[in-house]
Design a protein around this ligand. Structure first.
Ligand code: NAD
Ligand code: LMR
Length: 342
């Protein structure tokens, strides 16, 4: 009897998934660059979200197989594939969140800015399509150099008359994920409790972990601050070198991007307690864009957490000032690129 009850339960659960177990919410998420190193594991993680009803996978090649494969997972969301520019518009219609990991990754010896020439055009083309087909969606930009691709996206959206600064995010979650991991390891803390805000931008010294604002409150020696800050700033390069020409972070990035997607969906679903770091339009400094913790709500960024930039240590204050010239130049480079194309 026990066995048949177990079998019945298993059959029922199988039926529910086959015939569409209702997701807890019905948001549509598009991944542009879905067949790539980040795109594939990211799509898998989003497929596991109970808040998603449809997952739209777009790439210029190889996305059919990824979608067929993923569609066999018995989680509620439907998987749809869109290949090449002629299918992009359809892939974006009705979408609530668009994630963009399309573009080339670094090889050893390159900076993120070395990717500008190729990735700027890719982001421009994709954001134009977003503006035309789902202008109200949250846009998550992963493609590097984030310090320039986000300003490019903003300019393109302005040119199209649909820019909503509250809905454009440069994804810096991986910097937070790394900071949390490295700090927990160094200080023997329970990982789940550790939260380190990371501000500035997403390249080299523009990545600034605010270790003095770590939760739970931890004290660091000057040497520890220096060592952890440098490790967090160079973590992307650490992976690029370990992969030795085969690309940059993909799995940890997918994990981080999935966390940011899930937070955005929770916010869209009405959760009033969603905070993440992101590179957004900002008035926290004199620069037009700056990464900080932001409160996300149904309409996007509801508030920037300005308190993180108050009461900084002398080391952090100096680092904020030191990162500004590079970040400013990267922002201006993006804006100039987009304006030249207009
Ligand atoms: P990848 O080469 O493995 O995948 C990129 C994918 O983009 C490929 O499938 C490719 O076909 C696709 N693509 C290229 N042009 C396209 C277009 N016009 N439209 C749609 N898709 C297109 O690279 P990856 O490892 O997945 O990295 C992607 C990007 O993410 C890189 O620019 C990398 O630097 C960046 N990245 C950012 C972070 C971050 O923290 N923000 C972290 C890791 C990587
Ligand atoms: C990262 O931080 O891992 C990404 O920006 C990829 C890179 O080029 O380092």
């Amino acid at each position: 009897a026990l066995r048949s009850s177990f079998t019945r339960k298993a059959q029922k659960s199988e039926q529910r998934s086959q015939y569409g177990l209702q997701p807890q919410a019905s948001f549509k998420v598009a991944v542009l660059g879905a067949a790539g190193g980040i795109g594939q594991p990211l799509a898998l993680l989003i497929k596991m979200s109970p808040l998603v009803s449809a997952l739209h996978l777009y790439d210029i090649a190889n996305v059919k197989g990824v979608a067929a494969d993923l569609s066999h997972c018995n989680t509620p969301s439907q998987v749809l594939e869109f290949t090449g520019p002629s299918e992009l518009a359809n892939g974006l219609k009705g979408v609530n969140v668009v994630v963009i990991p399309a573009g080339v990754p670094r090889k050893p010896g390159m900076t993120r800015d070395d990717l500008f020439n190729i990735n700027a055009n890719i982001v421009k083309t994709l954001v134009e399509a977003v503006a035309d087909n789902c202008p109200d969606a949250f846009i998550h930009i992963i493609s590097n150099p984030v310090n320039s691709t986000v300003p490019i996206a903003a300019e393109i959206l302005k040119q199209k008359g649909v820019y909503d600064p509250k809905k454009l995010f440069g994804v810096t979650t991986l910097d937070v994920v790394r900071a949390n991991t490295f700090v927990a390891q160094k200080k023997n803390l329970k990982l789940i409790d550790v939260d380190v805000p990371v501000v500035g931008g997403h390249a080299g010294k523009t990545i600034l972990p605010l270790l003095s604002k770590t939760k739970p409150s931890v004290s660091f020696t000057d040497e520890e601050v220096e060592e952890l800050t440098v490790r967090i700033q160079n973590a992307g390069t650490e992976v690029v070198e370990a992969k030795a020409g085969a690309g940059s972070a993909t799995l940890s990035m997918a994990y981080a991007a999935a966390r940011f997607v899930e937070s955005s969906l929770r916010a869209l679903d009405g959760d009033g307690d969603v905070y993440e770091c992101a590179f957004v339009e900002s008035n926290l400094t004199e620069l037009p864009f700056f990464a900080s913790r932001v409160k996300i709500g149904r309409k996007g960024v509801e508030a920037l957490v300005s308190s993180d930039l108050q009461g900084l240590t002398e080391y952090e204050q100096k680092a904020v000032e030191a990162l500004k010239p590079e970040l400013k130049a990267s922002i201006e480079k993006g804006v100039a690129f987009a304006q030249k194309q207009a």
